[in-house]
Design a protein around this ligand. Structure first.
Ligand code: 3H9
Length: 693
């Protein structure tokens, strides 16, 4: 069957787009729609047309996989202009979602109906582009400038009810049957003698809201170009007739298509979907998980438990004694209360969770009916082994035993049980009920259906799961440790921590490394350095300034002072004049001559260290592909999404440039700066990281 079909039901021409899975507007679909409308225009028996989507949604937008390739006619704007110009009325009947080009098709129609539960949006800015098939011109004409600015520059879809309220749609269909609702509405319009009603013929929208909105966006856009460019296109709608406005929209759209931000965001879009596609779990059924156990009710354990409860699972949390269990229950209750006050949970839902789905107590016996247990206890191998021995004794066969360790050897933990195939690492990030990343750490003996279960659980918990192999720090913390060291070296060599933070925030990171330290607590970094001290190389350089802060009790936000000073109620922090002296002393101890670092060098060193270690992690199979590293950094480390992730960024800069930087840095420090063999090989072969995805 063709991607677009035409059939006549009485006087109503039904044009159906059928291009699974999301009815994307591929070349064949565009061509099919154009042909269907030519037929409709020529069909004297047809008095009105209905366009709808087969399957679970209307149209998911332009075919993103065609972006960056040579364009093929007919273009989407031409197809939509053709729909709008039809001499007989056209109805768009929307179910599921109408996104991007899909909503633009509906805007080209003369009447719009949406089924209950449908969502409508122009999410193009999230892909680094703007609605390029009339959306920026027609939407503000239809619903007003302010509402259009909100939808287009924010990219968040709205529900059918809201769309009815703001005039985007004319009617919400009744019943379950899309085709019946569409035919009913079209029949009604025919009876009424309804005429074509082109949105493009509506008067120019009001220009008044543009300036204030521009100012807001300039503050919030944080380096992203698409939202402000989309605003310029809407501005054009307020100043030009539809034809000129569409031309300006096209010009701005083509400009964004050429930007690295578009490529970064689309890489993120496809990687998000690819990250869960693992050959080892293809076709493997996950085990059923309804009830999970959590060991440890500290920040991490309580966060994991809350995440699971909010996702509909039952949780049994155990602590060392009844008092600690009560404390953990209190922490969970606090998080649930915050969810209620933010409107994410209603009061009866909170009550049901606390009375029916959460048990907190002491004693491993309580865990024996759970399907999967996550331990979040103290990071110490002997402690973990003791926990796993107890789990081994009480858990039923087939239950999954997971550890939330952030660096310990999971092979060793697994080997200490009688069921290593059921053992896996589930590395959550703090706060666990908020952070989207979950590293699924697959040990040597972990069974494929245990891996499949971990990915299914992640989906249920609303997490982005990334497969990692066993090593100290897995993917994220291992790479972090390397680029953090590069930052510390820059401080020792003369850069101010504040300058480093500012340069990296300008690059697009949510926070600089020293702000991150203050947030996490300087005791965490100190403990890591202590742990690794035994294996340190004589040439390793110690960040003694960080140790000094720790010894002064300056542990970051939690003590009101770390690298920054945090006045009461202020979490951003201000510079502390004492830091300079503390850092100067560390430099003097080391005998370094401080020098200047500009922003460019700071970013180059930081990124080269990140990419170099990322390459090692891929080469060793700790990450399956470069895109897995990218996803870890987008979801767990505040890496700017519009740069696609560190490995994608490296491709855009050029791997030869990154390698040349590393070799240049090695001239003064060939201990830290040794190029990863994979990076060298890719440069010799003229290949990119993307070629390994
Ligand atoms: C645009 O429209 C530009 C125009 O303004 C101007 C043009 C001139 N194209 O997400 P899922 C694939 S820009 C190609 O798992 P769900 C996806 O990769 C576009 N492929 O399903 C996956 O493939 P695979 C504006 C697409 O049910 C499969 O479909 N539109 C597209 O969870 C299933 O996807 C958007 O930004 C596409 N447009 O969610 C909407 N969309 O199976 C982007 C999806 O091989 N899409 N695929 O991994 C979405 O937000 C979600 O896919 C959607 C369905 C909500 C539609």
């Amino acid at each position: 069957m063709s991607d677009v079909s035409y059939d006549l039901e009485g006087q109503i021409a039904v044009i159906t787009v059928d291009n699974p899975p999301v009815n994307a507007l591929s070349r064949a679909v565009r061509d099919g729609i154009r042909q269907a409308f030519s037929r409709f225009e020529a069909d004297d028996a047809a008095g009105i047309a209905v366009i709808l989507g087969a399957g679970r949604l209307f149209i998911g937008g332009a075919d993103i996989s065609e972006f960056g390739k040579p364009p093929h006619p007919p273009s989407l704007p031409d197809v939509i202009n053709g729909i709008e110009a039809a001499a007989k009325p056209v109805v768009a009947a929307i179910h599921g979602t109408a996104l991007g080009g899909g909503l633009e098709v509906a805007l080209g129609a003369h009447y719009r109906l949406a089924m209950p539960g449908a969502t409508l949006g122009l999410p193009e800015v999230k892909l680094g582009i703007l609605p390029g098939a009339g959306g920026t011109q027609r939407l503000p004409r239809l619903i007003g400038t302010e509402a259009a600015l909100r939808m287009i520059t924010g990219g968040t879809p709205i529900a059918a009810e809201q769309a009815l309220e703001n005039g985007l749609i004319d009617r919400i269909g009744t019943g379950e049957d899309l085709r019946a609702a569409a035919l009913d509405y079209a029949g009604f319009l025919l009876d009424e003698g309804a005429a074509p009603r082109p949105v493009g013929a509506l008067p120019r929208p009001d220009a008044a809201p543009i300036d204030a909105w521009r100012k807001t966006l300039e503050k919030s856009a944080r380096g992203e170009v698409a939202p402000l460019t989309a605003l310029c296109a809407i501005d054009a709608a307020t100043r030009h007739d539809i034809r000129e406005g569409l031309a300006e929209e096209r010009r701005l759209f083509m400009h964004l298509m050429e930007t690295p931000q578009r490529s970064g965001l689309i890489h993120a879009f496809f990687s998000e979907r690819a990250v869960a596609k693992l050959p080892e779990i293809k076709g493997i059924a996950p085990r059923a998980i309804r009830h999970i156990g959590v060991i440890g009710g500290g920040t991490m354990g309580a966060g994991i438990a809350t995440n699971a409860l909010l996702s509909g699972l039952s949780v049994t949390l155990i602590e060392r004694d009844a008092q600690s269990a009560e404390k953990a229950r209190g922490t969970i209750t606090g998080i649930l209360d915050a969810a209620v006050s933010r409107g994410m949970l209603d009061a009866p839902g909170r009550e049901a969770i606390l009375t029916q789905r959460l048990q907190a107590g002491a004693g491993y016996d309580a865990l024996k009916d759970t399907d999967l247990v996550i331990e979040a206890v103290f990071e110490n191998m002997d402690v973990k082994k003791d926990v796993f021995a107890k789990l081994d004794a009480v858990m039923r066969p087939g239950a999954i035993l997971a550890t939330n360790t952030s660096y310990l050897d999971i092979d060793e933990i697994a080997a200490s049980t009688s069921r290593p195939a059921d053992v896996i690492g589930l590395h959550f990030f703090s706060p666990a009920h908020i952070m989207k990343l979950l590293e699924v750490v697959v040990a040597q003996e972990t069974a494929p259906d245990v891996v499949a279960t971990a990915f299914a659980l992640a989906k249920k918990l609303g997490k982005t799961a990334v497969r990692a192999g066993v090593c100290d720090g897995f993917i994220g913390n291992r790479i972090l440790s390397h680029y953090r060291t590069a930052a510390d070296h820059m401080v020792l060599d003369g850069a101010s921590p504040y300058r480093i933070d500012a340069a990296l925030k300008d690059f697009g990171f949510a926070m600089g490394p020293y702000q991150v330290s203050d947030l996490a607590g300087l005791d965490i970094g100190y403990a890591t350095r202590q742990r690794k001290a035994a294996k340190a190389h004589p040439k390793d350089r110690a960040p003694t300034f960080a140790d000094a802060l720790y010894h002064k009790g300056r542990l970051g936000q939690k003590t009101g002072r770390g690298y920054y000073i945090y006045d009461a109620g202020d979490r951003r922090g201000r510079h502390d004049p004492e830091i300079e002296a503390i850092v100067a002393e560390a430099r003097a101890q080391e005998g370094t001559n401080p020098r200047e670092f500009d922003d460019d060098e700071i970013v180059r060193r930081y990124m080269a260290a990140m990419v170099n270690e990322g390459a090692r992690v891929v080469e060793e199979g700790i990450a399956m592909r470069p895109l897995d590293v990218d996803m870890v950094f987008l979801y767990g480390y505040g890496f700017p999404r519009w740069r696609g992730g560190p490995m994608h960024y490296a491709d855009t800069v050029g791997l030869d440039t990154i390698l040349a930087d590393i070799r240049r840095f090695a001239e003064t420090d060939d201990h830290f700066w040794t190029p990863a063999p994979l990076l060298e090989r890719l440069v010799v072969e003229g290949r990119s990281f993307a070629s390994l995805n």
